[in-house]
Write a protein that binds this ligand. Structure first.
Ligand code: EPU
Length: 336
């Protein structure tokens, strides 16, 4: 086990921000993780795929990169399997593995960047599916006691891009494995969201299976979202705000076509990308950063941006949306 010093985090964050970690260690096993804890120089940061964090300064403590691997079928039922996944596996590799095995449930979550262990932290979601829909449990090392603990679904308190790991559990646990329940037959295909059926049609698919849906999602995402390998980004930078219906009614006085989704309790969700676009930010470049031309919810690094620059752009957008619409956007990305 070698702790490296002054390590560039550039390859480890999809925004491509040139921050440094004072200390850095790759973790390949739970024993390695346990052994590293007493030597942890605070603050401690656990890194998965680095696809949801924006470094605004150098990291003064230890960064542990979760490299715990392995995908195994843990239990078999008549129409389902439980699959246990090492937290350091790349999420999209897990989706592709599942599709190859003919296991359904996560095909709509194709091409989401990041690691399997980070997926429950923000309850990743796309195209009508959220991780919580297939989640069974996760294992985590309690960094305070050094003990392995299990969180079942209720204990994770999943919400929209939210879980206990963003609140009381923040910084306390290192997720080591995630177990999902996937279908082996009688797949429940989710085709209702947005462009899925249209894309399947353009692919010439009439009776789609899970592999077709995965392929359609890959096409949709690739056409709208920048590839982090080419243009640094962290996907959606903000959450879609959930507001009282009265807020929407006010907006509709000026924008009768304002898009929105109904929520329980007379609340609605308004796409943040639409709010940002109305404020004139879509496609706008500010220094080395900008608001992506095809999806206003995504902030990008055109090369050489600092975390501070991206953060300043984010706050300029938050202020302008608040001034125009009275809605304060919340970042989805972790700013460190
Ligand atoms: N819209 C605009 N302008 C834009 C972008 C969006 O007007 O520049 C409006 C349009 O009305 C569009 C609607 O927003 O119909 C929804 O857009 P889209 O389908 O692209 O989805 P989103 O609400 O912007 C969310 C997730 C994405 C996920 C997609 C598809 C959040 C914060 N984002 O985006 O997740 O892929 O739905 O399910 O909930 C991510 O979390 O990183 C992410 C990419």
């Amino acid at each position: 086990m070698t702790i490296r010093e002054n390590v560039s985090l550039l390859p480890y964050n999809t925004f491509g921000i040139p921050a440094q970690a004072a200390y850095f260690l790759d973790i390949h096993s739970i024993d390695e993780l346990r052994a590293a804890l007493p030597r942890a120089t605070l603050p401690l940061l656990i890194l998965g795929g680095g696809s949801n964090m924006l470094f605004t300064q150098h990291w003064p403590g230890l960064v542990l990169r979760n490299r715990l691997r392995g995908i195994e079928v843990q239990r078999r039922f008549r129409h389902r399997v439980w699959v246990r996944i090492g937290a350091g596996e790349t999420w999209h590799d897990v989706v592709q593995w599942a599709v190859r095995q003919g296991f359904g449930g996560i095909e709509n979550l194709s091409l989401i960047p990041g690691s399997a262990g980070a997926a429950p932290v923000q309850n990743i979601g796309a195209y009508g599916v959220e991780l919580k829909d297939v989640f069974v449990q996760l294992e985590a090392l309690d960094l305070q006691s050094g003990r392995l603990v299990v969180f079942r679904r209720a204990a994770c308190r999943f919400g929209y891009r939210d879980s206990v790991f963003k609140h009381e559990g923040k910084g306390r646990y290192c997720i080591t494995a995630v177990t999902l329940s996937l279908s082996t037959s009688r797949h429940q295909l989710r085709l209702s969201y947005g462009d899925i059926t249209r894309t399947l049609h353009s692919m010439g698919v009439e009776r789609p299976g899970i592999a077709d849906i995965s392929e359609a999602i890959i096409r949709i995402r690739s056409s709208k979202l920048p590839d982090p390998a080419r243009i640094g980004n962290c996907g959606s930078f903000f959450k879609n705000p959930e507001v009282e219906r009265g807020v929407l009614v006010q907006i509709q006085q000026h924008y009768p076509q304002a898009p929105h989704y109904e929520l329980p309790g007379d609340r609605v969700k308004i796409p943040a990308g639409w709010l940002i676009e109305q404020c004139g930010w879509k496609g706008k470049r500010v220094g080395n950063t900008g608001c992506y031309e095809k999806q206003a919810l995504v902030l990008v690094n055109y090369g050489g941006a600092t975390g501070e620059e991206v953060k300043n752009l984010a706050f300029a957008i938050i202020d302008s949306v608040e001034q125009r619409f009275g809605i304060r956007l919340e970042p989805e990305v972790n700013m460190l």
